[in-house]
Design a binder for this molecule. Structure first.
Ligand SMILES: [Zn+2]
Ligand SMILES: [Zn+2]
Length: 293
């Protein structure tokens, strides 16, 4: 069984725990190590099984507690070489218990960590070498995580084409951004290609990604000024449903973890059934089905 637990998400910190075979991989660690431990404990997530901490990029809301927690738990940090260098290559220094291990993640490459295989894809963001990631467990369950990107690229659509669960940013509502009182230059930066994804763009992106195995969607990294959980859900969910999505949509919170979500169970069987059923239907995104075989 594979589960995901969003320990928190927003501009003040992001962390997603993926658990399978008794081992846990954190994707981003944007809270202090103490806060990460407290949030894990609050939802019954056992971090003694932590096997690594993967980072999407170096911004503090994604990387704040990574080095300290990795050091405390004796696990490697997995990141792009650019992200690692922006963090000051902490593996070259001693941090109390020893040196932090570093495993490079590369756009287009694959990296193993415990029972997980990670794949990365470059995204557009004002960081040194930011990545979106997929994490595939031994049971075949695939989870995608994408934060902080202004627009989806073809590479990202390709990487995310066969997911069972996705945690994706749904940062702002376009009207709320325009009426937020932010200076126009800030609005342009948020809405630009290196900024953040609007609810509408997320809805479109997820609608395009939909295939029957996708059973869990978590909307994340919501702006507190220019969005609300209700607005994000109301923008995204109808579009997903209109494409045939029958899974669950969750909205991650900044201040509290979401309950642990089981992902992938039964999805393979459903995928096969619907794959056959949908064969030849012109209203289905056939391109998305081809790589599954
Ligand atoms: Zn960022
Ligand atoms: Zn961020």
């Amino acid at each position: 069984m594979t589960t995901i637990t969003v320990l928190g998400s927003g501009s003040r910190g992001n962390a997603v725990a993926i658990e399978s075979d008794g081992q846990v991989l954190l994707v981003d660690a944007g809270f202090s190590s103490k806060e990460l431990r407290a949030r894990a404990e609050a939802v019954g997530l056992d971090l003694t099984g932590l096997c690594g901490i993967a980072l999407t990029h170096e911004h503090q809301d994604h990387a704040r507690g990574a080095v300290r927690l990795a050091n405390q738990c004796g696990v490697p940090v997995l990141a792009s070489p650019g992200t690692w260098s922006a963090l000051g290559r902490p593996g070259k220094r001693s941090h109390g218990r020893g040196q932090i291990g570093f495993a490079p993640l590369r756009s287009g490459g694959r990296t193993e960590c415990g029972p997980f295989t990670l794949a990365g894809c470059a995204i557009l963001h004002d960081a040194l070498e930011p990545l979106a990631l997929t994490v595939t467990a031994r049971d075949g369950t695939a989870v995608g995580v994408a934060f902080d990107f202004g627009r989806p690229t073809q590479g990202l659509r390709f990487l995310f084409r066969t997911l069972h669960a996705v945690v994706v940013e749904s940062n702002y509502d376009e009207v709320l951004l325009r009426t937020s009182g932010y200076p126009v230059s800030v609005q342009h930066r948020i809405a630009g290609s290196g900024g953040h994804l609007s609810n509408r763009a997320t809805a479109q992106f997820l609608g395009d990604l939909f295939q029957p195995a996708l059973g869990t969607v978590v909307l994340a990294h919501l702006s507190q000024q220019c969005n609300s959980p209700e607005v994000a859900r109301q923008t995204v969910e109808p579009i997903l449903r209109s494409r045939g999505f029958r899974g669950t949509v969750h909205v991650a919170e900044q201040d509290h973890p979401l309950p642990t979500l089981r992902v992938g169970n039964g999805a393979q069987a459903r995928l096969q059934t619907e794959f056959e059923w949908s064969d030849g239907r012109s209203d289905r995104p056939e391109l998305l089905f081809r790589p599954l075989g």
